[in-house]
Write a new protein. Structure first.
Length: 222
């Protein structure tokens, strides 16, 4: 087997977030056994974006995440996520209303430089995946002033809704899949409402589309 190495029955490797499927022969994505992946989505061990600027909930000191991409086999996924809240525009939101569709959840903050970097790619991916019945929802965290989050959406032309989560309730409902300082993080939720995949740190249009396609296809490993 090329592009990775076998360790105790597990394929290990890594694909950089900016790579698309055609580059996997040089840098394969991380592939781990389903049990290990299920555990990984329960352990808050990764960091991406941190800071403590008063008034915004963030700052300019950022630590890049490791870019790990994980996929949980369908038979190892946990119970459906109970995610509810109110969008930045004031509209009630309930993830259960999107059952039957794959949903991409992106955790972001207007204060987070990596979030600004990936915003155009997320918007582009949301448009490209509309034909596959995929929905995108943002989770805005640690923005004390909603106006800053709304300005972020306008600046980057974000057309999908975001839940306001300044109290952290939405992140708690994600069953530990997003570590406390893991901003940005992108999750892919399957049609049954279960967390199926995670991208730690920034992502790209190509990487995200590849991962969503894997979830739609019901793949058990990357």
């Amino acid at each position: 087997m090329t592009g990775g190495r076998m360790t105790g029955g597990r394929l290990t490797g890594r694909r950089r977030p900016g790579q698309s499927r055609k580059d996997r022969h040089d840098h394969p994505r991380v592939a781990v056994t389903p049990v290990v992946l299920a555990l990984a989505l329960c352990l808050p061990v990764l960091t991406a974006c941190t800071g403590s600027s008063a008034g915004t909930g963030g700052g300019s000191n950022f630590v890049s995440g490791d870019g790990t991409i994980t996929l949980v086999a369908p038979d190892k996924r946990q119970q459906p996520v109970d995610l509810r809240g109110t969008t930045l525009e004031g509209t009630p939101f309930d993830l259960a209303a999107l059952r039957g569709k794959v949903v991409v959840l992106n955790v972001w903050g207007s204060w987070c430089a990596p979030c600004r970097k990936e915003a155009p790619d997320l918007q582009a991916a949301s448009v490209a995946l509309k034909t596959k019945n995929v929905e995108f929802v943002g989770i805005n965290t640690a923005d004390k002033d909603p106006a800053q989050a709304l300005a972020f959406q306008k600046t980057f032309g974000v057309s999908y809704p975001s839940i306001s989560d300044d109290g952290g309730t939405a992140l708690l409902s994600l069953r530990g899949a997003v570590p406390p300082n893991g901003i940005p993080t992108t999750l892919v939720v399957d049609a049954q409402g279960r967390i199926a995949a995670r991208i730690s740190s920034t992502t790209t249009r190509a990487t995200l589309i590849d991962l969503v396609d894997d979830v739609i296809a019901g793949k058990a490993a990357l």
